[in-house]
Design a protein around this ligand. Structure first.
Ligand SMILES: [Zn+2]
Length: 204
């Protein structure tokens, strides 16, 4: 089931998979936490094995970060023996959403999961707080400044312009050049010390 129109091409040639592991999945407790009970024996599967597959599905916009590290995989479950993966889009109306879901299905099918179902979960909305620490490190290594602070903290202080350290040299002498960087999800900043421009993954 390809989405109509042309999904954005996904460069994966520089995706490193050997450094990925499920060890940094911080919210394993989330999985199943909203289930009323465990499925009957024989109708469930290995959540860690599914996570290992999803760890290799890149975010189309930031291919160094997997969909697990992005925090959009919210639940892994089995219904009547069929694998069901719940996914929360990063931004409602984000054009990458259908492509991401398609990539997840393709990766699962390639790993032997027949006919997996992707459920789009819109509530609660995704926030940058769900980015894993490993995901933030990969953003920084990729030259993208990860979100600063948490959305809840920001709403308390009312601050809208956090100090964004330069991902290249670590300097805090940075300035915002444009509200929008290479994608709508990012802002363009510039470092006043090393003079390099960089993308800032905006806090949502
Ligand atoms: Zn710098």
């Amino acid at each position: 089931m390809l989405p109509s129109g042309n999904p954005p091409s996904t460069p994966t040639d520089h995706l490193s998979t050997d450094s990925l592991s499920t060890d940094d999945w911080p919210s394993k407790d989330l999985i199943g936490s909203d289930r009323s009970g465990l499925p009957p024996a024989g109708e469930t599967g290995d959540v860690d094995a599914v996570l290992a597959v999803l760890q290799e599905v890149p975010d189309p916009e930031v291919p160094v970060v997997s969909v697990v590290e992005l925090g959009i995989v919210r639940d892994i479950d089995w219904q009547d023996g069929r694998l069901v993966v719940s996914v929360t889009p990063t931004y409602s109306g984000c054009p990458a959403t259908e492509a991401i879901e398609q990539h997840i299905v393709e990766a699962l099918v390639a790993s032997g999961y027949s006919n997996p179902l992707i459920q789009r979960r819109l509530s609660p909305a995704w926030t940058t707080d769900w980015l894993t620490d490993a995901g933030r490190e990969k953003l920084r290594a990729y030259g993208i400044a990860p979100p600063v602070g948490s959305t809840s903290k920001r709403s308390l202080t009312g601050q809208s312009d956090p100090v964004v350290p330069c991902p290249l040299c670590g300097s805090e002498a940075t300035e915002r050049v444009s509200e929008f960087g290479s994608t709508a999800c990012k802002a363009l900043y510039r470092c006043r010390d090393c003079l390099e421009p960089f993308d800032y993954f905006k806090c949502l």
